[in-house]
Design a protein around this ligand. Structure first.
Ligand code: SF4
Ligand code: SF4
Length: 341
């Protein structure tokens, strides 16, 4: 990794330059909130965004993905190519870059997913520093920092960015499209001060130290029933989550019934049909069991396989949940042995 500094005013040059080679996607305003979208005009890019409604996972694992076309008569697959055009995803916060690294374990691990891989290979990542909101708890999982998994990372120093360059592609893009300068001792000192201030700005740190042990011990805790009473099974928490990756596969026939396409669509473990099997049996019929399952998968099952929890503390689920269920409350209830709220 090496470092440069760049005037903030030059962001537009960088985005314009990148747009000559890539599709550039970044945060833009949507009403009072923000969303990742294709940047047509650099002035639309809002690097001061707090978070986006949906995470960047939608560009690697779209809500609906056509996997293949098929012909029924001869049982033939006619088109199953995974393709993605080159693009730059601009303005990812550390939590969202860390979330992609967690998704990589799933989609690029033991069973490589060609669709996810095509998107991942075609995409360069430019990260940007952020300020914690009251619902952020990324610091509890050490996902408030990111040291790899990006090409360029911009830390806001007020009038300029401290630019961390992680990849050869990132260095080449900077060289081609924007003027930067070598860092000075003053830049480094300011960078350190900004990082210190960022760490101080978090709300009280969530105590997760005993979590796997507590989950082992509290499988039958009343807290799960209490959460199940409140949960609406709407699935919003998993849809907005940058690390939830469950999906369903559907075959849609064309009107002529001779051909069709197979699609992969987002699914949620909070839906009762999610764990339904033949003969109408459902493994997790109660809402309590489904809420519990989501926490056990994220904070126990994934951890036991990949030594990381499947949560980056972005707080999106907290904002999305109409029943006011949040990981912060659930973890606190388990740790303190109290009611969830
Ligand atoms: S569980 Fe909630 S806080 Fe954790 S990564 Fe998913 S949306 Fe973010
Ligand atoms: S968003 Fe809240 S109410 Fe909806 S499924 Fe998730 S926990 Fe339940």
């Amino acid at each position: 990794m090496f470092f440069r500094v760049m005037d903030k005013a030059r962001i537009a040059d960088l985005v314009r330059g990148l747009s000559t080679e890539y599709e550039v996607i970044g945060p833009v305003a949507k009403g009072e909130r923000f969303t990742f979208s294709v940047i047509e005009d650099p002035a639309d890019l809002r690097l001061d965004f707090d978070t986006t409604i949906l995470p960047p996972k939608k560009f690697f694992f779209p809500p609906e993905e056509r996997m293949m076309r098929f012909r029924v008569a001869d049982n033939e697959v006619v088109d199953d190519e995974a393709f993605a055009s080159p693009r730059v995803l601009f303005g990812l916060h550390p939590c969202d870059i860390n979330a992609l690294l967690l998704m990589d374990n799933v989609f690029l691990g033991e069973f490589e997913d060609p669709y996810y891989k095509a998107y991942r290979d075609a995409t360069l990542l430019v990260g940007v520093s952020c300020s914690p909101r009251e619902t952020c708890f990324c610091n509890a999982w050490d996902t408030d920092e990111v040291h790899w998994g990006f090409d360029i990372f911009l830390t806001d120093l007020g009038d300029r960015y401290f630019v961390s360059v992680r990849s050869v592609m990132g260095a080449e893009l900077l060289d081609r499209h924007v003027e930067t300068s070598p860092i000075t001792a003053e830049d480094t000192a300011e960078f350190q001060a900004v990082v210190r201030e960022f760490k101080r700005a978090f709300p009280a740190k969530l105590d997760t130290s005993q979590l796997p042990l507590l989950l082992d011990a509290k499988f039958d805790d009343p807290v799960w029933d209490e959460l199940g009473e409140r949960c609406l099974s709407c699935g919003a928490c998993s849809m907005v989550c940058p690390t939830c990756y469950c999906f369903d596969v559907r075959d849609d026939l064309d009107p002529d019934q001779r051909s069709g396409e197979r699609k992969r669509v987002w699914d949620s473990c909070q839906f009762s049909e999610f764990s339904a099997v033949a003969h109408g049996q459902t493994f997790r019929e109660s809402r309590a069991s489904r809420v519990k399952y989501r926490y056990y998968h994220k904070q126990w099952g994934y951890l036991s396989k990949f030594e990381r929890v499947l949560c980056v503390g972005c707080g999106r689920c907290t904002h999305a949940c109409l029943a006011d269920i949040s990981p912060r409350e659930v973890v606190t209830a388990l740790v303190e042995g109290s009611e969830a709220r």
